[in-house]
Design a protein around this ligand. Structure first.
Ligand code: ZN
Length: 497
C-alpha cells in the first residue's frame, strides 16, 4: 500500500514537472503554471527511490555522516537545475537569449551551467525563490519552454565522487600498467591520482613518453603535460604535434578523464601493433594536457564540485578566479564581466597564470615541436565546435575543410556509440554576436589563429540529463567514442599532408 502511494506521488510529480509548457501555452494565467512547477520542486527522495538507490550500491547522502561526505553537500540543499529552451523571439523584443543571460548575470545566486544559442537552451542552477522570480519575469515578456533537469543536486553531486571501494589507487599493490589503468578509469580521479598515473605511464614507456612541465599555478601546483613521441629527437622538428587539452573548466571532469583515456588507448594500440595507430604515431606527435586548471580542479574535489574558474585572487577580495578560457590574447575583452562572474577574463591578457604558462611553453617549443592541430575537450552538450568563437562575421581560413572535418569527427563518434554530436561554429553556440564577452579570448581562437592549422572544441556528454555531473560509469564509453574521433582526426591530418 505504501509503495503504491509513493509510486503514484512520483508519477504525479513527474507529470507535473515534465509538461510546463503545455500549461504555459494553453493556460490563460501563466503565473498559475509557474507556481505549480515551483511547488513540485523537491529534493527529498521518497522511501521508494532510496530503496532503488541501495540496489545499485549507491548510498543516499543523508544516510551518511556529514563528516564522511567528500565535500559539504548541504551547500546545494536548496538548489535545482532547470532548462529554459525553445524560445520564440519576435522582431520587437531584445532576443530572449541575450535578455535572459543579462538578467541572470545580475543575480549572485543564479548560476549558468551551460547555454547555447544555436541549440536554444540555457541551463541554470538556482533555488525555488529565484526560479519563481526568473520564470515570472521572463514569462511576462517571452514565450519559452522550461523543465526540471536535476531535482536532487546534493545526491547527484555525491554520486560523482569515488565510492569507497574505488577511492584510491595507492591502496592497490598492483603496478601493472593495464590493470592499474582499467581500475583508474572506473571512477573520476583527483589530481594526486592523475599525476601518480602519469608517473606510472612514463615508467612503463620511458622511450616514447615524457612529462613536460608547463609552469606553476597561483596556488603553486605544477601544470604537467605528457608528450607521446615515438621517434628520435633528431627528427622532432619535422614531426607535427597534435595537442589535446582538458579541464580548462574545473567542473568538467569528463574532459579530464577523456584526455587521459585517449592517451591510454593510443599506447595500448601501439603496443598491440595496431597498424593504423603505428602509422599515426610514426607521423604525428601527441601532447596531452588533461589538467589545464589544476587549482580549480582540486577545489572541485575539496570544496565546490561546480567551480569553473581558476583560483587566482582578483581585485575584488570577495571573488576569486579567472576563466582561463577567456584570458588568451586573441580578441580579449576586459571590463564587461565582474570578478564575481563565472566568465571573468581578468583585467589584462594572460593574467590567468595557466594561459600565461601555456603560451610561454608553446613559444619556447614551437621550433623543436611545431603544432599542427588542436582539440580542446569540454562538457557538456554533445557538440563539435569550430572557429571562430569571438565573432561569426569573420570567416575562418579553409572553412570548407574545417567543416568537413567537424562532420567527420561527429560521424566517427556516431558510428562508435550511436551518440549524436551537433556541429556549430563556436560563435553561434556562444551567441557571441549578441553577447561579445561570451566568445572573447578563448583557447580555441588563440590556438587556431596563432598555433594550429586545425582547431576544434568538443563538448562531451551528455545533452543535459546529468550535465557536469555525468556518472562515472560513462567515463569509458565517452573515452571510446572520442578516441574513435581522434583516430579519424589523425587519419585526416595524414591524408591532408
Ligand atoms: Zn568548458
Amino acid at each position: 500500500m505504501r509503495l503504491l502511494f509513493t509510486l503514484t506521488a512520483l508519477v504525479y510529480n513527474t507529470a507535473a514537472i515534465q509538461y510546463p509548457l503545455s500549461f504555459l501555452s494553453s493556460n490563460n494565467d501563466p503565473a498559475l503554471s509557474i507556481n505549480s512547477f515551483i511547488d513540485n520542486l523537491s529534493q527529498d527522495l521518497s522511501d521508494f527511490e532510496i530503496s532503488s538507490l541501495n540496489d545499485n550500491d549507491i548510498a543516499y547522502y543523508k544516510q551518511i555522516e556529514p563528516s564522511n561526505w567528500p565535500i559539504d553537500l548541504e551547500q546545494y540543499s536548496t538548489d535545482f537545475v532547470i532548462r529554459l529552451f525553445d524560445w520564440i523571439d519576435t522582431d520587437d523584443d531584445i532576443p530572449f537569449y541575450q535578455s535572459t543571460l543579462s538578467l541572470i548575470k545580475e543575480q549572485q545566486n543564479i548560476k549558468i551551467w551551460d547555454s547555447s544559442l544555436a541549440s536554444k537552451f540555457i541551463d541554470i542552477q538556482l533555488n525555488k525563490d529565484m526560479a519563481q522570480y526568473l520564470l515570472t519575469e521572463l514569462s511576462s515578456q517571452y514565450k519559452f519552454n522550461y523543465k526540471l533537469l536535476l531535482n536532487n543536486l546534493p545526491q547527484t553531486i555525491f554520486e560523482t565522487y569515488p565510492q569507497s571501494q574505488l577511492s584510491s589507487l595507492e591502496e592497490e599493490e598492483n603496478d601493472d600498467f593495464i590493470t592499474n589503468s582499467e581500475l583508474f578509469f572506473k571512477t573520476y580521479r583527483d589530481i594526486d591520482s592523475i599525476y601518480a598515473w602519469f608517473d606510472l605511464l612514463v615508467n612503463t614507456y620511458p622511450d616514447i613518453l615524457s612529462i613536460e612541465y608547463i609552469g606553476n599555478t597561483f596556488e603553486g601546483r605544477p601544470m604537467k603535460a605528457l608528450r607521446l613521441s615515438v621517434h628520435s629527437d633528431s627528427k622532432s622538428n619535422e614531426i607535427k604535434t597534435v595537442v589535446i587539452t582538458g579541464g580548462i573548466h574545473a567542473r568538467e571532469w569528463i574532459s579530464v578523464s577523456t584526455t587521459c583515456y585517449i592517451l591510454f588507448q593510443l599506447l595500448q594500440d601501439y603496443e598491440n601493433g595496431k597498424v593504423s595507430v603505428i602509422r599515426y604515431l610514426e607521423n604525428l606527435d601527441f601532447l596531452f594536457l588533461p589538467l589545464m586548471n589544476p587549482d580549480g580542479y582540486t577545489y572541485t574535489w575539496t570544496n565546490e564540485r561546480l567551480w569553473r574558474k581558476n583560483k587566482q585572487q582578483t581585485f575584488n577580495p570577495r571573488c576569486q578566479g579567472i576563466d582561463i578560457d577567456h584570458s588568451f590574447d586573441f580578441h580579449f575583452t576586459s571590463g564587461i564581466e565582474s570578478p564575481c562572474s563565472d566568465d571573468y577574463p581578468g583585467e589584462s591578457v594572460f593574467e590567468a597564470l595557466e594561459s600565461y604558462n601555456w603560451d610561454n611553453y608553446l613559444n619556447e617549443t614551437k621550433h623543436s615541436h611545431p603544432i599542427y592541430a588542436y582539440i580542446d575537450l569540454h562538457s557538456y552538450a554533445q557538440e563539435v565546435l569550430y572557429p571562430y568563437a569571438y565573432s561569426c562575421d569573420i570567416l575562418p581560413r579553409d572553412e570548407e575543410n574545417l567543416l568537413e572535418l567537424a562532420y567527420g569527427l561527429s560521424q566517427s563518434i556516431r558510428l562508435k556509440s550511436g551518440k549524436y554530436y551537433q556541429i556549430f561554429k563556436a560563435c553561434q553556440d556562444k551567441g557571441a554576436d549578441l553577447l561579445p564577452s561570451m566568445g572573447s579570448g578563448s583557447a580555441l581562437d588563440y590556438m587556431y589563429h596563432n598555433k594550429a592549422y586545425w582547431a576544434f572544441v568538443l563538448k562531451l556528454r551528455d545533452s543535459g540529463t546529468h550535465g557536469f555531473l555525468l556518472p562515472s560509469k560513462y567515463i569509458t564509453p565517452v573515452g571510446k567514442e572520442i578516441y574513435s574521433s581522434i583516430k579519424y582526426f589523425a587519419a585526416f591530418l595524414l591524408s591532408d599532408k
